[in-house]
Design a binder for this molecule. Sequence first.
Ligand code: ATR
Length: 310
Amino acid sequence: METAGRKRLGLLGWPVAHSLSPAMHNAALAALGLPWTYELLPTPPADLAAAVRRLRTEGFIGANVTVPHKQAVLALVDDLTPAARAMGAVNTLFWATPALQGENKAIGTDDGPMVEYGEMRVSRLLGDNTDGSGFIADLLAHGVQVIGQQVLVIGGGGAARAVVFALVAAGAAVTIVNRTLAHAETIAAIVTYHYPAASVSCARFPEALAPAAAGAGLIVNTTSVGMWPDEDAMPWDQALALRPDQIVYDLVYRPRLTTFLRHAQVGGARVIDGLGMLVQQGAAALTRWTGRPAPVAVMRAAAEAALAQH
Ligand code: ATR
């Protein structure tokens, strides 16, 4: 494999037309002076294996993976980072031998071994997950302390899994409140397997919102409820007020200020929208591909501009 010939990056998902990632990453690549391009790779589920094969042969530096492929791609890579293995989901693909030779040591990868792939000997294609670390990075960027924090996480899907893992790893105690209790319990069981001393409990949505919110300093919505075009909905009880000592984080960023965040503001809570997590997971992915610190401010400005155009 000739890494020097690689110039492409992209996003595997279905659908991906509204993604902010191309704007964000192309702005970052320009700022870093790298002659690479990040493109949308719309991929129906039946085509995922072929699409990953093309990544291996058509000059890709790496890729992002989004809905609905984050779990299916686990079986299509050569190895996983500890984060991806623990979460059981991948959002970033990168080569064990990156294009910028000599800079890989800093990010904890290695040069080999090469693997046979068809007629070729290629570097290993690795799967990482930067969703959880991106979430924590955005909390820290907002000055939110995580260690010792009591957190209410609403939802029990893939986003909740990444968020709960990252929160527990960073020393928070978590209550997962989800419509289907079994989905929350599955996350709790997997997280507790990896972090036996973790404090993770589960309760049912929406009944448990009030008791779980009472002791929570941080409340995180990981569901898509309130996302465009269904902007009036919120994953919360209208009668339940938020307090000035609480921080409410909504992973939704389309719209920036969801109905849930506006409701939280009425009660005096501090609110944080989901654009920062999008930027930070992208920044962590970019560092996997380049071995360099990501230009986070450039990426945030590009994502905001692209969002404003929609
Ligand atoms: P993702 O993988 O992106 O997190 P997902 O798998 O669709 O998305 O998960 C969305 C989560 O939001 C799920 O936990 C879902 O609850 P269930 O586990 O009961 O399916 C939750 N969710 C979706 N719509 C909801 C709604 N209207 N009210 C409450 N919870 C909802």
